[in-house]
Design a protein around this ligand. Structure first.
Ligand SMILES: NC(=O)C1=CN([C@@H]2O[C@H](COP(=O)(O)OP(=O)(O)OC[C@H]3O[C@@H](n4cnc5c(N)ncnc54)[C@H](OP(=O)(O)O)[C@@H]3O)[C@@H](O)[C@H]2O)C=CC1
Ligand SMILES: O=C(O)[C@@H]1CCC=N1
Length: 309
């Protein structure tokens, strides 16, 4: 029988992760021949009926009534399992008490308040707490909960919403439940994109590169489209060309394992237009500007959730 997953602070990222996980479960059910996830075709079962590492019940918590109403509407509009998500506001303790796994998705600066609410430590006793908060360390989080709560960090990104996410998860310390915990984590984050484990010391860099990355990529995408518009392309077509081109190039790197410079060289005809464009970009120090952006974002990530100096 599946477990109960609580998203504590279900804003932009909570919605991205939850709707991605739910879309993945709905897809699996459809592939199993279950037209409607709650009605059984004889001989088939929903994924969460057999596996303890698959979420079966979902609770989404927010801070305000208005957000709860908006969230309910959002989930209803998605259909499928999303319609069954229980949305609560100002009831964190009750929600965590009823859950097995808690995904902490509030702001870094409110983590301390959320986790120190009277009753929260007991509610989290013996449970898996997965924090996606930028900059808040495992040792900080562990100091706010009982030692029986298993604390890990994950850094997903907004494309999790369309199951094209990138999530980095902190390496799991050895424990009796390690296999089940790994399975639970992989079932969540591999169902919504790529997932890899890395030591916590890399988390600020991952936060900048893949957590903030969609924003950086969108700036580049928008600038490419602007160039097309400058040269007379209609805006909608320019955006489509830019987005599909970036997606295609990224997929080629991931699928072929080739170095990006090999793919770049393959496009660059001697004396052609690509080298002319590349040199103009290099004149604008495009590479160091982008790399420095990641450096500065990493440095800022390390300050988030930390006491002000
Ligand atoms: N945005 C991104 O791309 C990424 C963000 N992150 C991390 O994810 C976290 C969330 O970011 P994001 O989703 O953008 O932020 P949002 O502001 O969109 O979401 C925060 C959520 O927390 C809720 N909340 C506030 N106070 C409480 C409370 N006391 N109890 C329960 N819920 C509460 C808010 O509800 P209400 O609105 O009702 O107050 C809101 O739903 C951050 O820590 C960030 O570092 C990580 C990777 C990527
Ligand atoms: O900007 C932020 O602080 C968060 C963390 C990564 C993406 N958004």
């Amino acid at each position: 029988m599946g477990y109960t997953l609580c998203v504590l602070g279900c804003g932009t990222m909570g919605i991205s992760v939850l709707s991605g996980v739910i879309a993945s479960l709905d897809t699996q059910s459809r592939l199993l021949g279950l037209q409607k996830w709650e009605s059984h075709t004889p001989g088939t079962v929903t994924p969460e009926e057999t596996e303890p590492s698959v979420p079966a019940r979902f609770i989404a918590c927010v801070g305000h009534e208005g957000s709860a109403l908006r969230l309910q509407k959002t989930f209803r509009s998605l259909g499928g399992r999303a319609e069954k998500i229980e949305v609560l506001h100002s009831k964190n303790i009750e929600a965590v008490q009823q859950s097995d796994v808690v995904l902490l998705c509030c702001k870094p600066q409110t983590a301390h308040v959320v986790l120190n609410e009277p009753g929260m430590q007991d509610a989290l006793d013996g449970k898996l707490l997965i924090s996606i908060l930028a900059g808040v360390t495992i040792s900080q989080l562990a100091s706010w909960v009982h030692s029986t709560t298993k604390v890990i960090r994950a850094m997903p990104n907004t494309p999790c919403k369309i199951r094209e996410g990138m999530t980095v998860v902190s390496t799991l310390p050895p424990s009796a439940n390690e296999e089940l915990e790994r399975d639970i984590i992989l079932k969540i984050f591999s169902s919504i994109g790529r997932c890899r484990f890395l030591e916590e010391k890399h988390f600020d860099a991952c936060t900048a590169l893949s957590g903030s990355g969609p924003a950086f990529a969108c700036i580049f995408l928008e600038a490419m489209a602007d160039g097309g518009v400058m040269m007379g392309l209609p805006r909608a077509e320019a955006l489509e060309l830019a987005a599909q081109t970036l997606q295609g190039a990224a997929r080629m790197v991931l699928q072929s394992g080739s170095h990006p410079s090999q793919l770049k060289d393959a496009v660059t005809t001697p004396g052609g237009c690509t080298i002319a464009g590349l040199l103009a970009l290099e004149d604008g120090r495009v590479r160091s500007t982008i790399a420095r952006g990641i450096q500065v974002a990493t440095e800022r990530a390390s300050e988030l959730g930390q006491p002000k100096k």
